[in-house]
Design a protein around this ligand. Structure first.
Ligand code: GLU
Length: 365
């Protein structure tokens, strides 16, 4: 279970174990684990719940049933407390990304989130993601951070997803009432039986319980991301993870991540345009594993937006050589094609990326 880039989802039960503001009780061991990962050159993205729990005592509320607006206000104030709590445990800077489901569904926003994460990781800054609870109404919501974490694993191109909560994993029966309940170490197929077993495994503070964790595992493994449900209240689990041992329930990825991504680029994404490449760019893309720069583009067709998939053609033979995600829209690309990357900013007044199609977003056909 070696991993290079992982998303770690931390549940509210670990951020605020007694439901009264942030605590260092479990966060310290998690932060130490992340620091150890960094020392091994692994990249970590945190998806942290707990803003509502962290802000709970700071907003007047009457009944235990909280109104949505009350929760949103708690999230707004609690998010600050939670971020400050995380930052205490790291020497490297933390960064905050608040996103909603509609952001992830919009291709341009998706691309922006992806680019931001890439730059943060390149600069050794820890991205900490949460749902933007203040603006998220039901239709915009992912709703629970387990599913959000799976989407973040996809957008950040992580190979692994660790869902930390206060249960050891998925059990054959409810372990609190059945002494013969067994922890399932490995799950290769998520079917109705697994969902039924998940129903038996409850924890107390989390929004989604075990069901949303299985849903998240389903989404992630489908896309080649190995997923683990782990008990973050037990600090020994982190030693095991560092020794590449699975301390909880491991959901096996359906296919290799690189293959899954290539398949997605090749078969799932419809191309909305064509970029015609000069001989130098064709050679660089095919033989040197390079990203596509504006200087290598001779012409383009189609009316695509940034984040759309485009075909890359050899301008000589007019044959499709590759397919990839374009960082600029067609109008702007018309203005910068054939130029050096340093000209992007002066010509457009902005520069989202020095490359037009990043190597990681490209598949040779
Ligand atoms: N976004 C919510 C919070 O920060 C948590 C949602 C969840 O735990 O699934 O409180």
């Amino acid at each position: 279970m070696n991993f290079k880039r992982a998303v770690i989802k931390v549940g509210s039960a670990l951020i605020s174990p007694d439901g009264k503001g942030c605590s260092s009780k479990y966060v310290l061991a998690i932060a130490q684990f992340i620091t150890a990962c960094h020392q091994q050159n692994k990249e970590i993205i945190l998806v942290s719940s707990g803003s509502v729990a962290a802000g709970r005592q700071l907003i007047h509320h009457g009944s235990p049933e909280l109104a949505i607006q009350t929760k949103q206000a708690m999230a707004a104030v609690g998010q600050m407390q939670m971020m400050a709590n995380w930052q205490r445990f790291f020497d490297v800077p933390c960064s905050q990304l608040l996103i909603t489901h509609s952001d992830l569904k919009d291709r341009q926003c998706y691309n922006n989130i992806k680019n931001t994460l890439r730059i943060l990781l390149d600069n050794k800054i820890i991205p900490i993601v949460n749902e933007n609870d203040t603006v998220a109404i039901d239709e915009l919501k992912v709703g629970d951070n387990d599913n959000l974490a799976a989407l973040v694993a996809l957008v950040s191109e992580a190979d692994s997803l660790f869902i930390l909560s206060d249960v050891d994993g998925v059990f054959t029966k409810d372990p609190r009432s059945n002494t013969d309940a067994k922890l399932i170490k490995q799950i290769t197929e998520i079917n109705d039986d697994i969902y039924a077993m998940a129903g038996a495994t409850k924890n107390h503070i989390a929004t989604g319980g075990m069901k949303t964790k299985i849903e998240a595992a389903d989404k992630a493994t489908e896309n080649g991301i190995a997923t683990y449900i782990i008990n973050g209240t037990n600090s020994h689990v982190f030693e095991q993870l560092l020794q590449q041992r699975n301390p909880g329930t491991h959901f096996v990825a359906k296919q290799d991540y690189a293959k899954a991504k290539k398949h997605w680029l090749k078969h799932t994404l419809r191309s909305n345009g064509e970029l015609l490449l000069d001989a130098g760019a064709v050679n660089a893309v095919i033989n040197n594993g390079a990203s596509l720069l504006p200087s290598g583009i001779s012409a383009l067709n189609g009316n695509f937006v940034a984040g759309d998939s485009v075909n890359l053609l050899d301008n000589n033979t007019k044959k499709i050589i590759a397919k990839g995600i374009c960082q600029y829209n067609a109008n702007d690309l018309q203005r910068i094609k054939g130029c050096n990357s340093e000209k992007i900013y002066p010509l457009l007044g902005y520069c989202t990326s020095q490359v037009i199609v990043h190597r990681n977003d490209l598949v040779i056909l």
